[in-house]
Design a protein around this ligand. Structure first.
Ligand SMILES: [Zn+2]
Length: 438
């Protein structure tokens, strides 16, 4: 198992190296992609602590050495700290064959945009009475943003609890596409044989948007694996808005929870909902009466709930804590991994303009950010071996099913319906949604 993990990691790593080698010289954004080198450092407590301190992106551990990405300033930092390192790029023969990158398998078992499109269509085709794919908007680069609806009588808008699952606001968080997608697949493929799944699907309407940021995802596959934001060309020539800082509840509340600087990794954009990707999510949300929401990110292995913008607890802190605690308790027995939980600002860091602050602030519904494994950078950071996709999905499944069931049990309560309706009115002109009608 361990060796297999390593091999998968190495494979992803080699493919990643090819992607790095291919960063075009002209016409591309001024990110650091082409200046990044791969180094290795002997694994010792002291050196690992320095890597951590310097915030290098560690890729994996292999035969007693830690492999990491290093920008020029990182190399200077290592020199200053007198940490000996080797340049490793030459060890990967795949670099000599950049044409390999055109193969669709560069992202391994993870979905690309085209692959998620095809797989959502397949689910709809295989389960026409239960699954329907909608285009809820288009990205900056004109890719479709898809929503998969799952319910009995799927073509009807029935009086049932609606539940919302989102993935991949951040491009490099590949596992966050897989978990919501696999949730949809699981519900559909087990409907006939599993009475509990059938009950949940019959009594609810589950909406899944597995890929909020398709432009960013494609960029991580073909150019730069560590890209986070969308692909907005900003006024200063930098690229990208952080989609999880672009939502409209207390957007730009302060400069700690998001940044006004376009080059920042947490740049919030020029206005709330300035980006088509967040508008697509907003418009679907305002058309529906969602009772609960989970948005998946990675990494940290924690369950977060509002508020992110302030350390003051919300008025519903005990309810949110109780649900998060339930979810965590259901997840741990699956693979033994503990997902800690807490208010986002306290558990992680201050954020503003996030999805869950907005859905909670707008509709008052239980809203969660689940940061998927691993727990930290030294366990792989944004790289989850392909063999872990199913493992991570399996441990997240009971939490998702619990939240669907909770939504059904609490259907009828909606203390913030008036607030949401008011928000809906403000955006009426945006409410267009097209079925793919395949
Ligand atoms: Zn994220």
């Amino acid at each position: 198992m361990k060796i297999k993990n390593k091999i998968t990691k190495i494979r992803a790593f080699v493919l990643f190296s090819i992607a790095l080698a291919l960063v075009p010289v002209g016409g591309q954004p001024p990110n650091d992609g082409k200046e990044i080198t791969i180094i290795s450092v002997e694994k010792s407590a002291e050196f690992v602590a320095t890597l951590y301190e310097l915030e290098l992106d560690c890729l994996f551990e292999w035969e007693g050495r830690i492999y990491a990405l290093a920008r020029p300033q990182d190399l200077e930092g290592l020199d200053r700290s007198a940490v000996p390192y080797f340049f490793e790029t030459h060890k990967f023969p795949a670099l000599k064959h950049p044409q390999l990158s055109v193969l669709s398998s560069i992202n391994g078992e993870y979905h690309s945009y085209k692959e998620i499109e095809a797989d959502l269509d397949s689910l709809q085709a295989a389960h026409p009475n239960l699954a329907k794919v909608y285009v809820i908007g288009r990205s900056l680069e004109k890719r479709n943003i898809y929503a998969l609806k799952i319910s009995d009588n799927v073509s009807l808008d029935e009086e049932e609890a609606e539940v919302f699952f989102l993935g991949c606001h951040h491009a490099r968080e590949w596992i966050s596409v897989e978990v919501p997608y696999l949730l949809g697949k699981f519900l559909l493929e087990n409907y006939d044989t599993n009475a509990e799944v059938r009950r949940l699907v019959n009594q609810s309407e589950v909406w899944i948007v597995p890929l909020v940021n398709p432009d960013g995802l494609e960029y991580t596959i073909h150019y730069y694996r560590y890209w986070r934001k969308n692909r907005r060309l900003n006024a200063d020539g930098s690229y990208g808005v952080d989609l999880n800082r672009n939502y409209g509840y207390l957007w730009g509340y302060d400069n700690k929870g998001s940044s006004p600087e376009p080059g920042s990794a947490v740049y919030r954009g020029t206005a709330a909902f300035s980006e088509p990707e967040t508008r697509a999510v907003r418009d679907l949300f305002l058309q529906k009466n969602f009772r609960a929401m989970i948005t998946y990110h990675s990494y940290s292995q924690v369950i977060l709930y509002p508020w992110g913008y302030t350390e003051t607890p919300s008025g519903k802190d005990s309810l949110l804590r109780q649900i998060a605690s339930q979810m965590s308790a259901l997840m741990q027995p699956v693979n033994g991994r503990l997902y800690e939980f807490g208010q986002a600002s306290a558990k992680l860091y201050l954020t503003n303009g996030t999805t869950d602050d907005w859905t909670f602030g707008t509709a008052g519904i239980p809203s969660f950010t689940i940061e998927l494994p691993p727990i930290d950078q030294l366990w792989g950071g944004f790289f989850n071996p392909e063999v872990d996709i199913q493992t991570i999905f399996r441990e997240n499944l009971p939490a998702a099913l619990y939240l669907i069931d909770w939504s059904i049990q609490n259907f009828g309560f909606s203390d913030s319906a008036a607030k949401r309706d008011a928000a809906r009115l403000r955006f009426t002109h945006h409410l267009k949604m097209h079925s793919t009608e395949k």
